[in-house]
Design a protein around this ligand. Structure first.
Ligand code: F6P
Length: 543
C-alpha cells in the first residue's frame, strides 16, 4: 500500500475531481493579486508559479502530502549523510561539497576536511595551468584543455562553462563525450599536441565511452610524443573516485583529482568533476558557484515548506503529473548561454526519477518522472512551440531568464551595446508573451484583433501551466542557486513518489548488452543467437 492510498493523496484526487481538474487559468487570474500570492524569492532568484492550476487550498493539500511523506525528516537525512541511496547503501552528499565548512552536521561534517583538501589541490592545478606554468612536452604553456567524460562527468562542466562564456579565460576549453569518435576527430584536427591537455573525467573510470575517446587522444599525442612518461605527466589529468584505475591507465598520482562514491555522477559538478569550471573562471569563481548552491541548500533545509522554493516547485509538478495528467515538461531558457541547461536537466531529472519501482521493491501504480526536454526558448518558438500552443499534448513549462545582462558595461551607450540591450528586452518580451499566451489562450488576443483570429485554425485553448524563473544575471552564484534548486526539487518528488533518485540501474543492462553486441560485430557467428532485427543489422554492417 503506497502513497496513492493515503489520505493526503486521496484528498488531492478529490480536489481535482471536484473542479480543480478542469478549471481554466484565465479564471484564476481574475484575482488581480494572484502573482503576489504565488511567487517566491531568494536573493537573486525569483520564482513566479502563479500560472499553475492551483489555489491556496491546492497548495495546502500538497503540503499535507509532503508532511505525510515525512519530507522534513528526509531532507535532514539527505543533508547529514544518511544512506538515502539504499540500493547502493550510501549517502548522496552533494550538499557537503558546497558547504565550505559551514552549517553541516553528521557525516556531512566528517567529510569537510577531505572536501577542502581536494579544493586546495584543484586550486594548485588551476593556478599552474591558467598562469602558463604547466608546460606541454615542448616547453610551451597549455592553451587548450579537453575534458573527456560523459553524463555527469561532462554535462555539468559543459553547461556551466558555456553559461559563463562571457568571462574571459586564458584557456580554451573543449568537451568530448560521445563514443562514436566524431567529436574527437573533429576537435583534434584543430589542436596542437604540444599545447593541449586532456582531463579524463570518470567517476568509475570504467566507462567505455570515455576510455575509448581517451585512447584516441593518447594515440594522437603519441604521434608527437615518444616518451610515455612525459605524455602522461604533462598532457593528462585524471578525475575519478578510483585512483588505482587512473594509475593503471598511466596517470601519475600528482595528476589525479579525487572525489568520493557518495557523490552521484549527475550531482558531481560541485566536486573535482567541476575542474574545467575552475579552469574557465578561476578558483574564486568556482567557490562562488559552491556558495550559490549552499545558499539554496540552507533555504531548502530551513525554510517552511510553504515558502520553500524547491519544495513548492516539486509539489506543483506532482499536482500537474498525478492529478492533472500532464506528463511532459519543457525547459525553456531565454538566453543562449543557457543552451546546455535542458540537456543537463534531462540527466538530472530523468536519470534520477525515471523509475517505476518504489523503495519497497513494489511497482508503483502512479506516474513518476515526466518526459523532460527543452531548447533555448527563442529558437524553440520557431520549432516546437506550435505543439505547446495547439497540440493535443499538455506540457508544463519552465521559462528561465536573466533579468539583466552584465556582459557589457551598463554605462556604455555605444550603438552595439544599445542594440544588445534592445535584443535582451526583445528576448524577455518573448519569454513573458509566450507564457501569457500558453496560459490565457484566446483570451490573450487583443480586442482589436479578435476578428482576424475568428477561425478554428487560429484557436488557442491555453491553460498550459508554467513557472517563470528569473535570475538577476547569469553568474557563478546564480547558476549555483538554480542548479541546487532543481536538484532539491528532484529529491522532493522522489520522496513523495517513494523512489530512490540516486541509483540508475536502468542504464546498466544497455551497457552490458552493448559489450556483447560489440563482440558479435567482431565475431559474426556470435550474432546467430540474437533476434532477427539485431542479427540483420549486424549482417548489413558486415556486408
Ligand atoms: O550511464 C550512466 C552513467 O553511469 C551516469 O550516471 C554517469 O554520470 C555516466 O554514466 C558517466 O559515468 P562515469 O563518470 O563513471 O564515467
Amino acid at each position: 500500500m503506497g502513497v496513492e492510498t493515503s489520505s493526503a493523496w486521496q484528498a488531492l484526487q478529490l480536489h481535482s475531481d471536484s473542479g480543480m481538474g478542469s478549471v481554466h487559468l484565465s479564471k484564476l487570474f481574475q484575482d488581480a493579486s494572484r502573482q503576489e500570492n504565488y511567487s517566491l524569492e531568494l536573493s537573486d532568484v525569483y520564482v513566479d508559479f502563479s500560472k499553475n492550476r492551483i489555489t491556496q487550498e491546492t497548495l495546502q493539500l500538497l503540503i499535507d502530502l509532503a508532511e505525510q511523506q515525512k519530507l522534513p525528516k528526509e531532507i535532514h537525512r539527505l543533508m547529514t549523510g544518511e544512506h538515502v541511496n539504499d540500493t547502493e547503501d550510501r549517502a548522496a552528499l552533494h550538499t557537503a561539497l558546497r558547504a565550505l565548512g559551514k552549517d553541516v552536521s553528521g557525516y556531512a561534517e566528517v567529510v569537510q576536511p577531505e572536501v577542502e583538501q581536494v579544493l586546495q589541490e584543484m586550486a594548485v592545478l588551476t593556478e599552474k595551468i591558467r598562469s602558463g606554468h604547466w608546460r606541454g612536452y615542448s616547453g610551451k604553456p597549455i592553451t587548450d584543455v579537453v575534458n573527456i567524460g560523459v553524463g555527469g562527468s561532462d554535462l555539468g562542466p559543459l553547461m556551466i562553462t558555456h553559461s559563463l562564456q562571457t568571462i574571459s579565460s586564458p584557456i580554451n576549453l573543449h568537451f568530448i563525450s560521445s563514443i562514436d569518435g566524431t567529436q574527437t576527430s573533429n576537435l583534434l584536427r584543430g589542436l596542437k599536441q604540444e599545447t593541449t591537455l586532456f582531463i579524463l573525467a570518470s567517476k568509475s573510470f570504467t566507462t567505455i565511452d570515455t576510455l575509448s575517446n581517451a585512447e584516441t587522444a593518447m594515440d594522437w599525442l603519441k604521434e608527437c610524443i615518444k616518451d610515455e612518461h612525459i605524455m602522461f605527466s604533462q598532457h593528462f589529468i585524471g578525475v575519478s573516485t578510483k585512483p588505482d584505475k587512473m594509475t593503471e591507465w598511466g596517470i601519475p598520482p600528482d595528476n589525479q583529482l579525487l572525489f568520493w562514491d557518495w557523490v552521484g555522477g549527475r550531482y558531481s559538478l560541485w566536486s573535482s568533476i567541476g575542474f574545467p569550471i575552475a579552469l574557465k573562471i578561476g578558483m574564486d569563481g568556482f567557490r562562488e558557484l559552491l556558495q550559490g548552491a549552499h545558499e539554496m541548500d540552507q533555504h531548502f533545509a530551513t525554510a517552511d515548506l510553504q515558502k520553500n522554493i524547491p519544495v513548492i516547485l516539486a509539489l506543483i509538478d506532482i499536482w500537474n503529473i498525478n492529478f492533472l495528467n500532464i506528463h511532459d515538461k519543457a525547459i525553456l531558457p531565454y538566453d543562449a548561454r543557457l543552451r546546455y541547461l535542458p540537456a543537463y536537466l534531462e540527466q538530472l531529472v530523468m536519470e534520477s526519477n525515471g523509475k517505476s519501482v518504489a523503495r519497497s521493491g513494489e511497482a508503483v501504480p502512479y506516474k513518476t518522472c515526466p518526459v523532460l526536454w527543452g531548447e533555448v526558448g527563442p529558437n524553440a518558438q520557431h520549432a516546437f512551440y506550435q505543439l505547446l500552443h495547439q497540440g493535443t499534448q499538455a506540457v508544463m513549462c519552465d521559462f528561465i531568464a536573466p533579468v539583466e545582462r552584465d556582459d557589457f558595461d551598463a554605462d556604455s551607450h555605444t550603438e552595439r551595446d544599445e542594440s544588445l540591450r534592445h535584443q535582451h528586452e526583445l528576448a524577455l518580451a518573448n519569454c513573458f508573451a509566450q507564457s501569457r499566451v500558453l496560459m490565457l489562450g484566446d483570451d490573450a488576443i487583443p480586442q482589436a484583433l479578435k476578428a482576424s483570429f475568428d477561425s478554428p485554425f487560429k484557436h488557442y485553448s491555453g491553460n498550459q501551466p508554467s513557472n517563470t524563473i528569473l535570475i538577476r544575471t547569469i553568474s557563478a552564484k546564480t547558476l549555483g542557486m538554480l542548479i541546487a534548486m532543481y536538484e532539491h526539487k528532484t529529491f522532493v518528488e522522489s520522496v513523495v513518489w517513494e523512489i530512490n533518485p540516486f541509483d540508475q540501474w536502468g542504464v546498466e543492462l544497455g551497457k552490458l548488452i552493448a559489450k556483447e553486441t560489440y563482440s558479435a560485430i567482431k565475431d559474426k557467428p556470435l550474432a546467430d543467437s540474437f533476434d532477427s532485427s539485431t542479427k540483420g543489422l549486424i549482417d548489413r554492417v558486415a556486408k
